[in-house]
Design a protein around this ligand. Structure first.
Ligand code: GLN
Length: 607
């Protein structure tokens, strides 16, 4: 199937290609060599897929689009406060080459106009201008995703007659904004403007900003995340110079243009966009580039201020421990308790990236359910990550519920740093931390134990075989005969008792004390636990029905004591006492029916 996004972009390219107004930049003589008809559009997703249309492989000089990236580098190297002391963040409303300096301090109004960018170039780390240039080059390469080079002829063509920029640099020196040699910083600025990119490179640079500073394909962090918002803010307010207000009004994405004909637009967390078409309007912005962004924004609702999603989407489903009990088979007493109470265990399936609005909604729903709840299991499987403030609120809610004796536990967050890190960081003092489980089954089992109150009660050894449901209602005389042939065996914790595929030896096990897990092998090599059994319960009973190979493995979770009945012995007994076999098979049928009912219920809860 041809991607509808690709089709849309091709169609958009076709429609906008008809726009032939605007002129090539001519104040840098080399730029007039561009073909005015070059036109490329590229959109990159957060998982690194690039949709490209038109001249996306055509190289051109990045020009002013370098400014946000060198500003980013200065922030990373010198920190926010130092950089703010040198270059402001107020839109000037002036042209890109205006000499907009703060009348008191001489600081340029913002880093997106030339004055601010020349000052910024002097701020990046490096003991001399060459080292500073190497720093600029590697930093820009990290945003692009491969090494970048410079178009030397464009560089010379700008540097030789660059009187205006030269004047700006000397003004900055005069005010002490540039501390070193202004000519060297200016040359680095000219070089950064002459870095060669294609439209695809631009889209990846934009996508790296959209992705919180990490390149979506190489995975390399090009910028510490705390600076990303700062860079995007100046792009949003100053990136389009004296067109910035109209741009925000009509397109609504942080953006940056260059006189080479490029434009980048960033939709945080969603897309990076690069456009290349060298015909410029009077303000120095690509005519087709602006038109493409306007249409993209309108057609796809990409304005940053447009409402995206709804907090309710953070919670996809709620169900209870009655709908989906643990796979353990509880003893009779515990089963009775769970039958009456398991609905007080609530599973909440959370979804997406959790920010404050989504978490507010989730907490409110938990409060609504609190009166009828004993524990909440927050299933994080579908959660991509959460903000620190969201994590803090969730932790506060967890502590608040704990004071009302309602437990809040997390499921499926293991080794998932985007979730674990903000949760651990915000756990707060005096907080003993949150409980998390590898899967929902372990989580609900913990909640069931808590609900049942006294775990040891459910784990208490049974006194005799008559307590097993398989022998329910068995006359005492028959029971005595069974007990005469029964053997006993102990297993250490962790010891395998039965192994899948093993030839059956006809033994049926009744647990006297301890706990076992029933495991089925997975194709991936691991095991899935399908049930855990405790005192009074049995396994291996399929031998009674003539099953010859074991269909699951059974492991001792704790030290386990079992009574073992051999089917051969049993068959011999029942030759003289057919009632024994009838009663046992009837109990077995009842037991299987109840297991089947639970399995069906589980499947229903998963649907
Ligand atoms: N190198 C160009 C200049 O300094 C960059 C201007 C731009 O792209 N708007 O004039």
């Amino acid at each position: 199937m041809h991607s509808p996004i690709q089709t849309y972009l091709e169609d958009l390219h076709g429609r906008v290609a008809g726009l032939n107004s605007g002129e090539l930049a001519s104040y840098i003589p080399e730029l007039t060599k561009a073909d005015p008809n070059w036109f490329g559009i590229c959109l990159v997703t957060m998982d690194g897929v690039a949709y490209s249309v038109g001249d996306c492989g055509q190289l051109f000089t990045i020009q002013s689009i370098s400014k946000p990236f060198v500003y980013a580098t200065a922030l990373a190297d010198q920190g926010r406060d130092f950089v703010l002391g040198k270059v402001g963040v107020e839109p000037s409303g002036d042209a890109f080459n205006s000499i907009s300096l703060n009348p008191q301090t001489g600081a340029p109004m913002n880093p997106m106009i030339n004055a601010g960018a020349i000052a910024t170039a002097s701020l990046v780390a490096g003991e001399d201008p060459e080292a500073q240039w190497r720093r600029i080059e590697t930093s820009m390469s990290a945003f692009v995703g491969h090494e970048v080079g410079v178009d030397e002829s464009v560089y010379r063509s700008e540097s030789e007659p660059g009187f205006r920029n030269r004047a700006i640099a000397w003004m900055l020196k005069n005010f002490g904004i540039i501390e070193g040699e202004p000519r060297a910083s200016l040359e680095n600025y000219f070089r950064q403007c002459s870095v060669l990119v294609d439209c695809r490179d631009l889209a990846f640079m934009a996508a790296t900003l959209a992705n919180g500073g990490v390149h979506p394909v190489t995975g390399v962090r090009a910028l510490p995340s705390e600076h990303v918002e700062r860079v995007l803010s100046v792009m949003a307010t100053c990136g389009m110079y004296d067109y910035a207000g109209s741009w925000l009004y009509e397109v609504g994405m942080p953006a940056k243009s260059g006189v080479g004909g490029g434009i980048i637009a960033v939709l945080p967390g969603r897309f990076g966009i690069g456009i290349f078409s060298p015909r410029l309007d009077a303000k120095g912005n690509s005519v087709r580039g602006i038109e493409v962004c306007k249409r993209l924004s309108r057609d796809f609702g990409l304005h940053v201020f447009s409402r995206s999603g709804s907090p309710g989407m953070a919670l996809s489903r709620v169900y209870t421990g009655a709908d989906a009990p643990s796979r353990r088979q509880p003893g009779l007493e515990m089963r009775a308790c769970l039958n009456a109470q398991a609905h007080r265990i609530k599973y909440l399936c959370l979804h997406g990236f959790l920010a404050v609005d989504g978490v507010e909604y989730i907490i409110r729903r938990m409060q609504d359910m609190a009166a009828d709840s004993h524990s909440f299991i927050l299933d994080m499987n579908q959660v991509a990550g959460l903000s620190e403030s969201a994590a803090r609120l969730l932790n506060q809610a967890r502590l608040g519920f704990a004071r009302d004796d309602i437990a809040v536990v997390f499921s499926r967050i293991h080794e998932r740093h985007a979730i674990m890190d903000p949760l651990s960081k915000s756990a707060g003092e005096g907080d003993r931390g949150f409980l998390s489980f590898e899967d929902n089954d372990l989580a609900v089992e913990w909640c069931e134990n808590r609900l049942y109150g006294d775990v040891s009660r459910s784990m208490a050894a049974v006194g005799s075989l008559t307590e097993s449901p398989l022998f329910a209602g068995m006359p005492e005389t028959l029971m005595e005969q069974v007990e005469a042939v029964i053997t006993r065996q102990s297993f250490a914790a962790g010891q395998p008792i039965l192994v899948t595929g093993q030839a059956g030896d006809g033994r049926i096990f009744f647990i006297e004390s301890g706990q076992v897990s029933i495991l089925v092998p997975l194709q991936s090599g691991g095991h899935q636990r399908i049930a855990s059994l405790g005192p009074g319960m049995n396994f291996g009973e399929m031998a009674l029905l003539g099953q010859t190979t074991r269909s699951a493995s059974v492991h001792a979770d704790t030290e386990v004591k079992c009574w073992i009945l051999d089917t051969g012995d049993f068959d011999r007994l029942s030759e003289h006492a057919p009632l024994l076999k009838i009663a046992l098979l009837e109990n077995l049928a009842k037991d299987m029916a109840s297991k089947l009912r639970r399995a069906t219920q589980w499947i229903g809860a998963l649907a």
